[in-house]
Design a protein around this ligand. Structure first.
Ligand code: FAD
Ligand code: 2HG
Ligand code: ZN
Length: 470
């Protein structure tokens, strides 16, 4: 072990190999506070060459390695297990924007660049990097790529997978694959970059990326809309797709329980509507500087929604401050769930046609399993993705923990039966790897294991994440 630490120090400098408990703490506990591991050391390389040297040192001693970006992941994939045998490799020092090309509409960045900084760098050349997550102030592009993150702009721009053109990756043996090509067309064999997207640190360490940029969308029309049911939200989505077409940028859902938690815990939050509703939709149209008429389209959409019985009330933002206040009601939910107490997360997608029936049937089944459990349902309904999350019955945090396995199995079984996915956008990490394998066919799991073996024959890259230990 001393040998390894010496090699790591030689690779990245003494100051960037952390071993003291206090220094390591922030790297071994996840954002939820529920996944805690132990690390042999945390290593913080400052360049691709230093990442490669650190990976080589780990490979030579057969030391497992856990890549980490902003540590905002929600499935425990970025923190080590409890054995204390792994090295955490943090990309936090690799924060350079290497190049921005507004004409090619590409940006080339180090993997440790924080998502909000990529957005800002794109805006500086009057372009848009559309990915938008509640964690964008701390999550990194490397983490976004490794988890194939989603967020609130997927409806219009797609998942991270659709926003990447090229990657630079340090392979498990320490070699560097330079695939930093910004070509829109490149049909020269297997798409290697896509292999690493969504691989959750199990195939290599992403050190750089070429990402796609889009025309800036400085114009917005935003509304917080009361809808009676999930079915009505889906009906309104169909109207929005027809009326707003390509301008439809965001279509998010939240139930009243979610809003109540936000109103309780966020001091600046206020209910924009007079009467409570069971469900709400945050809808936003976005356009370029020359796109007039978004406000008109939104009003027309809401009128059509009222006529169809899918909308009962709405608040339209008339200023930037109002727009931010409406967004805060949606983006604040994750945080306030945590403040409220014990939670259980279910990040599920379903075929959108079956979403409402699925949600209607699920609630009563969970109440049977844990009477009083609070359903805090929200998410990206435009993508068929619900965060079908739970908070404990009031005062019943221990009851939720005791019932957690049964509740999650009930949700996941119902998702599988309805043809959905138990991870829409957060990945599998440590917490869902075994469950996902149990719902996949043997052929699918075999293919995944074959890929893993081909790239990481010694199984050193983030073992136990994405695929359960064999
Ligand atoms: P980490 O948490 O550090 O790591 C996540 C995974 O990626 C781990 O498996 C890790 O090993 C791997 N990894 C990290 N960096 C690299 C690298 N350079 N090379 C190889 N592997 C790497 N997610 C969504 O999809 N949509 C949302 O709307 C969303 N909203 C969120 C809101 C909040 C408040 C929070 C706390 C989280 C949210 N997330 C969301 C989850 C999380 O922010 C994303 O998964 C994000 O992509 C993780 O980035 P990170 O840099 O924090 O990665
Ligand atoms: C969101 O959409 C995120 O807000 C976080 O994906 C969801 O905390 C969660 O469960
Ligand atoms: Zn989400």
């Amino acid at each position: 072990m001393t040998d390894l630490l010496d090699h790591l120090r030689a690779a990245v400098g003494d100051d960037h190999v952390l071993t003291e408990a206090a220094d390591v703490e922030a790297y071994v506990v996840d954002w939820t506070g529920t996944q805690r591991g132990r690390a042999l050391a945390v290593v913080r390389p400052g360049s691709t060459a230093e990442v490669a040297a650190a990976v080589r040192a780990c490979a030579a001693t057969r030391t497992p390695l856990v890549p980490q970006g902003g540590n905002t992941g929600l499935v425990g994939g970025g923190v080590p297990d409890g054995s204390g045998s792994a090295v955490v490799l943090s990309l936090g020092r690799m924060r350079a924007v290497r190049d921005v090309d507004p004409v090619a509409a590409t940006i080339t960045v180090d993997a440790g660049v924080v998502l909000a900084d990529v957005q800002t760098a794109a805006a500086a050349v009057d372009r848009l990097f559309p990915m938008s997550l509640g964690s964008e102030g701390s999550c990194t592009i490397g983490g976004n790529l490794a988890t194939n993150a989603g967020g609130t702009a997927v409806l219009r721009y797609g998942m991270t997978r659709e926003l990447v053109l090229g990657l630079e990756v340090v392979l498990p043996d320490g070699r560097v694959w330079d695939g930093l090509r910004g070509l829109r067309k490149d049909n020269t064999g297997y798409d290697l970059a896509q292999l690493f997207v969504g691989s959750e640190g199990t195939l290599g360490v992403i050190t750089g990326a070429v990402l796609r940029l889009f025309p800036a969308t400085p114009r917005h029309a935003t509304a917080w809309v009361a809808v009676p049911s999930v079915e009505d939200a889906v009906a309104l989505l169909a109207l929005a797709q027809r009326e707003a077409g390509a301008h439809l940028a965001t279509f998010e859902i939240a139930n009243r329980q979610a809003l109540d938690l936000v109103l309780t815990h966020l001091p600046a939050a206020a209910d924009p509507l007079r009467a409570p509703s069971d469900w709400y939709v945050l809808v936003e149209l976005a356009g370029t500087a020359s796109d007039d008429g978004l406000d008109h389209s939104l009003e027309r959409l809401l009128d059509l929604g009222v006529d169809a019985g899918a909308v009962t009330d709405a608040a339209i933002a008339t200023s930037r401050a109002q727009r931010s206040a409406l967004w805060a009601l949606r983006e604040g939910i994750s945080e306030v769930q945590k403040v409220e107490g014990a939670t259980l997360k279910h990040d599920v997608t379903l075929p959108i046609a079956g979403l409402a029936d699925w949600a209607d049937a699920m609630g009563p089944r969970l109440q049977e399993l844990l009477p009083g459990v609070r359903l805090v349902t929200y998410g990206h309904v435009g993508d068929g993705n619900l965060h079908y999350n739970l908070n404990a019955p009031v005062g019943g945090d221990d009851d939720l923990r005791a019932a957690a396995a049964d509740l999650t199995t009930a949700v996941h079984d119902a998702v599988a039966a309805a043809g959905g996915s138990i991870s829409a956008e957060h990945g599998l990490g440590r917490t869902k790897a075994a469950a996902a394998a149990s719902y996949k066919s043997e052929v699918e799991v075999d293919l995944m294991r074959a890929l893993k073996r081909a790239l990481d024959p010694d199984g050193l890259m983030n073992p136990g994440v994405l695929l359960p230990a064999p």
